[in-house]
Ligand binder design. Structure first.
Ligand code: HEC
Ligand code: HEC
Ligand code: HEC
Ligand code: HEC
Length: 220
């Protein structure tokens, strides 16, 4: 009996000892994990007031960056077929026509007034930050109005995610095809439907879900 009562406290002491050892181990590994992730955060230069070049986003979002880089969106302001057509539009209809083409193919020019396409950022065409700053798209008749919120807030389809370098906001628009309509729906001034990707999609107004799995969009 006595032995038992002796034995139990010593067993307890052993358990507590083990518990503390475990606690120390856990604390140690968690502090290790923190210092490892803080080491892994790359040095980035995000523009707190305006648009950031996609290469900065690519330091973390590496797979999405690779896919975007090879997409037509990344080449929309630079590809030779577009330049040939752009020149033709300019010679036939003048500067307003050229600016209209740029509003979709080089949308950053519209925002920074770089209509001479002098800045490297303008040549990124439809870049990460342009797309992830879109907060609202509205349709009135056949016109689409796109609203942006630029800076350190990045909007997207995910809920409750955290990034070490920017704010995030879940916005359901990012899973709706209306999101793409501002650029993918276009009638000529004569009312001829030139681009109708959006009206084809309105039969099912939601984008297929998945990791950047949009219809035919390779980056995304
Ligand atoms: C409302 C947005 C919008 C406007 C304005 C616009 N485009 Fe486009 N353009 C697009 C989209 C979207 C595509 C891709 C269409 C597709 O494949 O469904 C495209 C495709 C093209 C292509 C074929 C793809 C390529 O680049 O090789 C050319 C060339 C082109 N546009 C030239 C022009 C020119 C020149 C103007 C001005 C006269 C112009 N676009 C105005 C949105 C626009
Ligand atoms: C230092 C690393 C880092 C950099 C640089 C970075 N991000 Fe992120 N971003 C993250 C992390 C971590 C998340 C959390 C979600 C995840 O892990 O995919 C995230 C989430 C996002 C989301 C999802 C938001 C949502 O709610 O759906 C978007 C969109 C996004 N980033 C865009 C960008 C853009 C655009 C840039 C460049 C201007 C950028 N990020 C730069 C690390 C980074
Ligand atoms: C800021 C304008 C803009 C927005 C927003 C936009 N696109 Fe585009 N997209 C374009 C332009 C311009 C092209 C043509 C690029 C080129 O070839 O010169 C294009 C090309 C494409 C292509 C390649 C077309 C082809 O014929 O291969 C796909 C697919 C595409 N976009 C899907 C989407 C989807 C899906 C969304 C919405 C999530 C979207 N785009 C949003 C402007 C835009
Ligand atoms: C044409 C607009 C467009 C461009 C350009 C674009 N995105 Fe996206 N992105 C979207 C849309 C729309 C979604 C939501 C649809 C989905 O998840 O399939 C999305 C989803 C995301 C997400 C959250 C989902 C995921 O797959 O992790 C992140 C993070 C993200 N984008 C980062 C980026 C980065 C970084 C770039 C540039 C390298 C970029 N995007 C370029 C429109 C765009």
């Amino acid at each position: 009996m006595i032995e038992k009562t002796k034995g139990i406290p010593s067993l307890k002491a052993g358990l507590w000892g083990g518990f503390f050892l475990l606690l120390v181990l856990l604390l140690n590994t968690s502090s290790l994990a923190v210092s490892e992730t803080s080491k892994k955060i790359p040095e980035v230069d995000l523009n707190p007031m305006g648009l950031t070049p996609s290469g900065e986003c690519g330091k973390c979002h590496q797979d999405i960056y690779k896919a975007w880089k090879n997409s037509l969106h990344a080449q929309s302001a630079n590809n030779p077929v577009f330049w040939a057509a752009l020149l033709q539009a300019y010679f036939q209809k003048g500067e307003p026509a050229r600016k209209m083409c740029l509003s979709c193919h080089a949308p950053i020019a519209n925002l920074t007034y770089d209509f001479g396409l002098e800045e490297p950022l303008t040549h990124e065409g439809i870049n990460c930050d342009y797309c992830h700053s879109i907060s609202r798209v509205q349709q009135t008749n056949s016109e689409f109005t796109v609203e942006h919120q630029f800076g350190l807030l990045k909007q997207g389809p995910l809920q409750n995610v955290k990034s070490p370098v920017h704010e995030t906001r879940h916005n359901p628009l990012y899973r709706q095809s209306l999101y793409c309509a501002g650029c993918h729906e276009f009638k000529s001034p004569e009312g001829i439907q030139l681009i109708g990707t959006y009206s084809e999609w309105t039969k099912s107004p939601y984008l297929p879900q998945g990791r950047h799995a949009l219809p035919g969009l390779s980056h995304a």
